[in-house]
Design a protein around this ligand. Structure first.
Ligand code: FAD
Length: 508
């Protein structure tokens, strides 16, 4: 995808022109400090924004520099308007029950630009034996809140339905165990429910194998449901009776809780960048390594190309494996820990069709595909049904997900082979006729961290090791959540930690 030029970015690779925040009193000039954020994805840009806000609040003067190796900002998020289609190469919406992204949008003045998912067709489909079937109403991620829709659904066999009915009688598991998501679902709901419903619904979020995912690190709410109510069914029933179930009529994901921006997720990235002083962000500026400064106080940031930069504070906002490379020489133990977080790669094929060229009614938000179906796609999102104004009148926009932790060999194929796969899947599964009117491929190489068993211990060890350094923090989707709100939060937490250490800003 082409790059997105931005008024707050500079394409010079010198890194020597960071901007002073002018709002501060002139006496503060003496104490001016320099903070560098490496990585201009959502986590890094949020950290930069929060640093600037904190400096303003404290009346302190701060030089802020954001270094980004690519020629565009946004990392795993980018939006592009192509031939009237609004194409999201990465995240297309975010959940609002974790409030941080929504709050950030409000603080950035984007409240009027927020939109929700279309109220019609709030459901997902799942493939079974090449048939597209609706996920039973009330079955959200891995908790059935209504039995009748499950009992009449052809997705599960009678044996699986009976197995689900005995769920309230299954004893609680060990609350302290680091159980895999697959093991938990197998234990509570049975193997068929795992394979036919939960694996495609949940696996898709993390592009992961649920046999490896740590439930504690990814969806701890289900452990709480089990521990508090002794059963997922009972817990869901309790939620419905107490009127807390905002999702009683949707199925699959919790669609009523999702929001985005009219102009797409790239608007959030753009607003964050625009809030920063001009030329704060240095594009095409890859960092090679990070070392302690010559006086043992600050940090020296060596670039792949260009003079080194010194900083008083440093936020690593790159993928964990990239941060590991930066720290290899200075702190090999931190590098080792960061590298121990595995990553998966995935590709999104954006495909536009004339509406009348697709036989399926597209009366849902998308189709998820169980691994047992042995197809070459993980899911197909009906993007223009889910969100308004994503396709011109009379056309539809689909997003086909390929690769992930379970099919890495497909991600490794050349672009033209992925194109063939994605279009063939849409033709075979949804009855699309002929070639599409729009095709774009978005590749995400090692962009999705996998929260495997032991993840929380790894994160704790990283945090302990980081605590041995002053003026160094990490903001990343590899730590405590991969979603958009989690990335906003990790940027905020990183800044809170840095501020505690860099007393100069900690005046409020
Ligand atoms: C395909 C996909 C779909 C997703 N869909 C959703 C969704 O619908 N909803 C949702 O809530 N979440 C979604 N997510 C998750 C969410 O979008 C990401 O977790 C988030 O955008 C990651 O932000 P980040 O800043 O932590 O990392 P990144 O976006 O990966 O940013 C890291 C940045 O660091 C830069 N960098 C790396 N090395 C260096 C270096 N040496 N020097 C300088 N810069 C460097 C990179 O170029 C990159 O720009 C999705 C993720 C993916 C991959």
């Amino acid at each position: 995808m082409p790059d997105q030029p931005h008024p707050s970015t500079s394409s010079t690779a010198t890194g020597t022109n960071p901007t002073t925040i002018g709002a501060a009193a002139s006496s503060a000039q003496k104490t001016e400090k320099h903070v560098v954020v490496i990585g201009a994805g959502l986590s890094g840009l949020t950290a930069a924004y929060e640093l600037q806000e904190a400096a303003k609040k404290a009346g302190a003067t701060l030089r802020l520099t954001v270094l980004e190796s690519r020629s565009r900002i946004g990392g795993a998020i980018w939006t592009e308007k192509i031939d009237g289609f609004l194409c999201e190469g990465g995240a297309d919406s975010f959940i609002t029950n974790k409030p941080w992204a929504l709050q950030l949008c409000h603080r950035l003045g984007l409240a009027d630009e927020m939109i929700g998912t279309d109220q019609r067709n709030r459901r997902s489909f799942v493939l079974r034996d090449r048939q597209i079937l609706p996920v039973p109403e009330g079955f959200v991620l891995m908790a059935p809140s209504r039995m009748w829709p499950i009992l009449i659904s052809p997705i599960l066999s009678w044996k699986a339905k009976l197995r689900m009915m005995i769920e309230p009688f299954i004893p609680r598991g060990d609350a302290n165990a680091d159980e895999s998501l697959a093991s938990f679902v197998r234990r509570r709901l049975g193997n068929e429910t795992l394979e036919r419903l939960v694996q495609p619904l949940v696996g898709g979020i993390y592009t992961a194998d649920p046999n490896d995912l740590s439930l504690r690190a990814t969806m701890p709410q289900f452990i709480q449901m089990e521990q508090k109510h002794g059963s997922l069914l009972r817990a869901s029933l309790f939620k419905r009776k107490s009127g807390n179930d905002v999702e009683k009529s949707s199925s699959g994901a919790r669609y009523g809780l999702f929001a985005t921006l009219k102009a797409g997720m790239g608007r959030l990235i753009e607003a964050l960048a625009q809030s920063l002083p001009k030329e704060t962000i240095q594009l095409n500026t890859a960092v090679r390594r990070v070392q302690k400064g010559p006086d043992g106080q600050g940090w020296t940031i060596d670039l792949l190309d260009g003079p080194s930069i010194t900083a008083d504070g440093l936020v690593l906002a790159t993928e964990a494996h990239a941060s590991a490379r930066l720290m290899d020489e200075y702190d090999p133990e931190l590098a080792r820990l960061l590298r121990s977080i595995p990553y998966a790669s995935s590709a999104i094929a954006l495909i536009g069709y004339d509406r009348d060229k697709i036989k399926h009614p597209l009366n849902g938000f998308g189709l998820v595909i169980p691994a047992t179906e042995k197809r070459k796609t993980l899911a197909i999102s009906f993007t223009s049904v889910k969100l308004p104004d994503r396709a011109p009148a009379g056309k539809v926009l689909l997003r086909v997900f390929v690769g992930g932790a379970t099919q890495p060999e497909l991600f490794d194929l050349p672009d033209d082979e992925i194109e063939k796969i994605a279009i063939t899947e849409v033709q075979e599964l949804l009855g699309a006729e002929g070639p599409p009117c729009l095709y774009r491929l978005a590749r995400h190489t090692r962009a999705m961290p996998q929260y495997t068993i032991g993840h929380q211990e790894r994160v704790q060890q990283i945090s302990d090791q980081l605590a041995t350094h002053t003026g160094l923090t990490i903001a990343s989707n590899a730590l405590s959540g991969v979603g958009v709100p989690d990335c906003v939060r990790t940027g905020q937490i990183a800044v809170e930690k840095l501020l505690k250490q860099l007393v100069f800003l900690n005046k409020y």
